[in-house]
Design a protein around this ligand. Structure first.
Ligand code: NAD
Length: 426
């Protein structure tokens, strides 16, 4: 396999995750440049990949002025920057591995697809869960026809309370108006992508959805509560969402909580943490922030071939995780991603009974997103080297249906009606 040279655009959390692959496999993948306007993150990449100063850029435009210096780019910028940073990369001839969600705007989604095709560039989307051995195994069972033809599918994700509060109530995804992403788009574009991928050859036809924000709203704030947990809240000690408890005492999701400070998140001092909780949104009362995301939403999709499928995204869970249950004409598959076990049941193998086989893929989990993170980069690198695409490969062409289901679901919940996918294709 030849060596593939890449630029990381946006060296934040995800940039660091994907960059690890280059450190582990320098013979096939090397990071030769970074683009990031933030000095701290640019310098971190410079140090990590031993980059010369002239290969550390502040903007994509600066990178492009230097000529084409790599085979591809890993675009790990935040949601609202995906389109504006990817278009110039494609125009400059870079293949791009782009973080999800692609965009919240259907027109921009189609524009990116067209631009990738026009420039003959690969544009692959980071649907890491397709690469988790759990979902790869389920896809294999379906392809082998073991459960016959798929009739229906149920999926759910229960998002843990600490994750929800840190990322979606206090964190950078807390508002659709700010980040450009609804909770369904940010969190479940993975699941709706998986749904379309697992259904296979048929496209989604119609979507209906209901959603609401019920928990973290001002009306539910404890009586007499203040605005900032560590400064002015008389009931802080009795509140289980106290920023003091979550971030000072338990250091919940430090890579999110302490990001965006002048110091690298792993190096922040206790004093800096306390100051951050006094001054940033991470210290604010969870009930009084300006978030606009639903905290529970259910989506039902009908596919052209008659398959019906549902996905429920439910926040504030005590026992988080993703569940799936697929029913086919000869049997079914069910499983819980977080314990890495799925079960296949074939009806009628014995008279009026079924045969059951359990698959445990826990030993294959060797990176984040239940093994999906680095398998995704490996697949991208292999495809860049000219090797055949894998069953999980997520080109922009292939990612469109899942994203359209998300747009349609959000529109359906808002307008209280069935939304037809053809509304986006006309
Ligand atoms: N695939 C997944 O499962 C998964 C998981 C988490 C996050 N994400 C997505 O990954 C993306 C990145 O998230 P993150 O948590 O790493 O964000 P982050 O804020 O940690 O990193 C973004 C980086 O981009 C840099 N940046 C800002 N403007 C830029 C520009 N114009 N050009 C280049 N760089 C720029 C920032 O300085 C920062 O270093 C988001 O879209 C997020 O939704 C995907």
């Amino acid at each position: 396999m030849k060596t593939i040279y890449a630029v990381i655009v946006g060296y934040g959390d995800r940039g660091r995750v994907y960059g690890q692959y280059a450190l582990l496999h320098p013979e096939t993948f090397q990071i030769v440049a970074v683009v990031d306007p933030l000095d701290m993150n640019r310098n971190k990449a410079k140090e990590t990949f031993d980059l010369p100063e002239e290969r550390c850029y502040r903007s994509v435009e600066e990178l492009i002025r230097a000529g084409k210096i790599a085979d591809c780019a890993l675009n790990c910028t935040m949601d609202e920057l995906h389109v504006s940073t990817t278009l110039p990369l494609l125009d400059a001839g870079y293949d791009v591995l782009l973080e999800k969600p692609v965009t919240s705007d259907p027109k921009q989604l189609f524009l990116l697809k067209e631009r990738a095709e026009k420039n003959h560039c690969r544009l692959m989307i980071c649907h890491v869960l397709r690469y988790a051995p759990f979902y790869q195994g389920i896809k294999r069972v379906l392809a082998e026809g073991k459960i016959g033809t798929v009739i229906a599918m149920e999926m759910s994700e229960h998002v843990g309370i600490q994750h929800v509060i840190t990322a979606y109530i206090r964190g950078k995804w807390r508002s659709n108006a700010r980040s450009g992403s609804s909770m369904l788009l940010a969190k479940s574009c993975h699941d709706l992508d998986l749904m379309c991928w697992l259904v296979g050859d048929s496209a989604p036809r119609a979507v209906v959805s209901f959603g609401k924000r019920t928990v973290f709203i001002p009306e539910n704030a404890p009586k007499g509560s203040g605005n900032i947990c560590t400064l002015d809240c008389p009931v802080e000690k009795d509140c289980m969402y106290s920023a003091k408890k979550m971030y000072l005492e338990h250091d919940t999701m430090g890579f999110l909580t302490w990001a965006g400070m002048d110091t690298y998140f792993e190096d922040v001092t206790e004093e800096q943490k306390e100051q951050h909780l006094r001054e940033s949104d991470f210290g604010k009362c969870v009930y009084k922030l300006d978030g606009d995301l639903y905290d529970h939403q259910t989506v039902a999709v009908e596919f052209e071939n008659g398959v019906t499928a549902s996905m429920s995204l439910i926040s504030n869970a005590t026992y988080p995780g993703r569940r799936i249950h697929i029913i086919g004409t000869k049997g079914e598959i069910s499983g819980f991603l977080e314990n890495s076990i799925y079960t296949v049941r074939i009806f009628g193998a014995d008279e009026m009974s079924y045969r059951e086989e359990q698959f445990d893929v826990s030993e294959e989990i060797d990176s984040g997103h239940m093994g999906g993170d680095l398998r995704l980069v490996e697949d991208f690198v292999k495809t860049e080297s000219g090797m055949p695409c894998s069953v999980s490969t997520t080109s922009i062409q292939d990612s469109i249906n899942g994203h359209l289901c998300v747009y349609a679901a959000d529109r359906s919940a808002q307008e209280q009606r069935v939304v037809y996918i053809k509304e986006y294709n006309d």
